[in-house]
Design a protein around this ligand. Structure first.
Ligand SMILES: [Zn+2]
Length: 292
């Protein structure tokens, strides 16, 4: 078992933009990411899936050459729990578009937000999302995208669908559906409820108990420090802002001890590449666990 976590970024840091590279530059993006010692990159489609297939193929090729694994963040307007039937069912189309893109990029994982509770109970919202999830997986298979991995994300605002158990329930729809554990979001929605090792252990244990398979080892993750209010997430911060958590060191230590191999995407506010590198270096410096 020599594989471990992969570290990468959500989109590009300010330091990339400061390089003055104009337009879509697959080689520059891959070179920049690799220069930080990173091996993952999450392509952002929050406002819609717009990257043309030939550009996607070029980015996929440039990243493959550097050993960078690509994933896609699906549009934010997906709403699997919407009380408007039309809007709810359109979520399936946006996931299909995202799968087509991740295939063109040569990746497999599509991360998405399930939706909000709105004026319905959490139970009613989850019930709708479970139905939409089943429809989406069926449509993905029918479209020939069966090797894509749909990843519902834990969400930072209390009224959003996506606490840990809700995300794990969505993963129960199909054995391929893999959780995207956004640790900053879980921290924010629990009013700072992740402060150290025991809190991370509880999350990893719960995931292993409910999923009961390799998904608990190869999960997807987002990481950033996040400020919160009573409603949960307020804004993403950087590793230099230490007033809020969660702390990354106890998580990395646990990943090392348990031999876990998630893809960890850093979502710091403007310093994603720098902070992902901090995590990658710290992880690499941890001693390998002593065999029992
Ligand atoms: Zn997200």
């Amino acid at each position: 078992m020599c594989d471990g976590p992969k570290f990468g970024t959500a989109g590009l840091s300010q330091s990339y933009h400061a390089l003055g590279i104009s337009g879509f530059a697959p080689q520059a993006l891959a070179d920049y990411t690799a220069s930080f010692g990173l091996d993952a990159f999450e392509y952002q489609c929050g406002r819609g899936v717009r990257l043309a297939p030939d550009k996607a193929a070029a980015l996929g090729a440039a990243c493959a050459e550097k050993g960078i694994e690509l994933s896609v963040h699906a549009p934010y307007y997906i709403s699997m729990s919407s009380m408007e039937e039309d809007k709810r069912l359109h979520s399936v189309d946006y996931l299909l578009q995202s799968c087509a893109l991740v295939k063109a990029l040569g990746g497999r994982r599509v991360v998405f937000h399930a939706g909000s509770c709105g004026r319905q109970s959490r139970e009613a919202a989850l019930e709708k999302a479970l139905d939409t999830m089943a429809r989406a997986q069926k449509a993905v298979d029918a479209a020939g995208f069966g090797d894509c991995i749909l990843c519902p994300e834990t969400m930072g605002k209390v009224n959003q669908l996506g606490d840990l158990d809700e995300v794990l329930a969505l993963c129960g729809v199909d054995a391929r559906i893999t959780p995207c554990i956004d640790f900053g979001h879980l921290y924010a929605r629990t009013q700072g409820g992740i402060t150290g090792r025991a809190d991370y252990e509880a999350i990893l244990d719960r995931m292993a108990a409910v999923l009961g398979d390799a998904r608990a080892r190869r999960f997807h993750a987002h990481f950033s420090r996040i400020a919160y209010t009573a409603g949960g997430e307020k804004c993403h911060l950087t590793f230099a802002d230490t007033q809020y958590g969660p702390p990354h060191a106890p998580l990395l230590a646990l990943l090392r001890e348990r031999g876990l191999a998630p893809v960890i995407i850093c979502e710091s506010d403007g310093t994603q590449a720098e902070d992902a590198r901090t995590m990658a270096r710290l992880f690499a410096a941890l001693p390998a666990p002593v065999p029992a």
